[in-house]
Design a protein. Structure first.
Length: 338
């Protein structure tokens, strides 16, 4: 039987509809293996002049030639928001409001190898990518109010336009409505109970165990109670922290290891499916808040949004989170049995 569940983080309703999983579906074909380097790729080594000026670099280790790099961060050549130093000026024309599209849009080139991917790397390589997120988030959040959002698109259906492994960081001059809803719900919960909603939910999930995917000393992964998509999984800190930019090395390295294993488990279970993840932190200037906690939302793109979802605003998830968590736990990458 289908079930309606209310998302505790947004108070939006989600339909958990297991019968929908029996519909005929197209399984994406395996993509051809990419070459180690592509002579036409602007992100491959030797083409550094083909990208805008470098913002951040992690040099390669001593075994590589001088000048080699492990991770680079450059401005996006086609940004969603233009770089600017001042606040966004708001304008009104009757009932309509607009603002300057200032902010920042950066590309994190995750590896010099064109054929690399996060689940293929070792924990150290994935940690270097997260260090780029942390370093750039610290810089960007100090420039203006708003939000800094690192994210990754994998596969054309998830929004990828270049095959070379990369993720992105966008800094907005405003807090978007969905993120504002997350913060407002968390603030209301704190006002009512004097505790962090994210900490309470994490504690409850780990104690229950049915939706828990993996647990470390510093971070944990679980399938949300009202997951909006099949196999949606969150990584959360086990000890309160509002902004990922403030994560110490122990938290960062454990997050990287868990993310790599989770992506490996997802690929083992479903194949090379498209997905998005986003690393959500408190708004700029609210890093010390007690009511919010950073978290990484990983969402596979297994189904298109249809008319019911569009008209109602309610997501339909054909895979109950309890089942998704159990299946992920049984994969070799996570290896926790049942």
């Amino acid at each position: 039987m289908s079930e309606l569940r209310r998302d505790p983080f947004t108070r939006e309703w989600v339909v958990i509809a297991p019968e929908r999983a029996h519909r005929p579906q197209h399984i994406p074909a395996a993509t051809p293996s990419a070459p180690a380097t592509d002579p036409h790729c602007p992100f491959c080594p030797g083409h550094e002049q083909d990208t805008p000026g470098e913002l951040w670099r992690r040099p390669a280790d001593a075994d590589h030639p001088s000048g080699a790099w492990a991770v680079r961060v450059v401005p996006n050549r086609y940004p969603v928001l233009a770089r600017g130093d001042g606040p966004a000026r708001h304008r009104t024309a009757g009932p309509f409001i607009s603002a300057d599209g200032v902010g920042s849009h950066e590309v994190v080139i995750e590896s010099p190898r064109h054929d690399w991917d996060l689940p293929d790397g070792d924990d150290t390589a994935v940690a270097e990518v997260l260090r780029a997120y942390r370093a750039r988030s610290l810089v960007l959040r100090g420039r203006r109010p708003g939000l800094v959002l690192p994210f990754r698109n994998h596969g054309p259906a998830a929004g990828t336009s270049l095959a070379h492994p990369h993720s992105q960081i966008v800094a907005t001059p405003i807090v978007p409505l969905r993120q504002r809803l997350l913060f407002d719900v968390a603030r209301t919960y704190y006002d009512d109970y004097g505790r962090c909603l994210y900490t309470d939910i994490s504690t409850t999930e780990l104690a229950d165990g049915r939706r828990t995917v993996a647990v470390g000393d510093h971070v944990a992964a679980f399938a949300p109670y009202a997951a909006r998509a099949a196999y949606e999984t969150w990584i959360v800190p086990r000890h309160h922290q509002a902004s990922f930019a403030d994560a110490d090395e122990e938290v960062l390295t454990e997050t990287a290891a868990l993310l790599r294993r989770l992506l490996d488990a997802l690929r083992h279970l479903l194949g090379d499916v498209p997905y998005n993840y986003a690393l959500i932190s408190a708004p700029n200037g609210e890093e010390a808040t007690a009511y919010f906690a950073w978290h990484l939302q990983l969402v596979p793109r297994l189904a298109a949004t249809a008319g019911f979802e569009l008209g109602s605003g309610m997501a339909v998830n054909p895979v109950p989170p309890e089942r998704a968590a159990a299946e992920l736990r049984r994969t070799p990458a996570l290896g926790q049995g049942t």
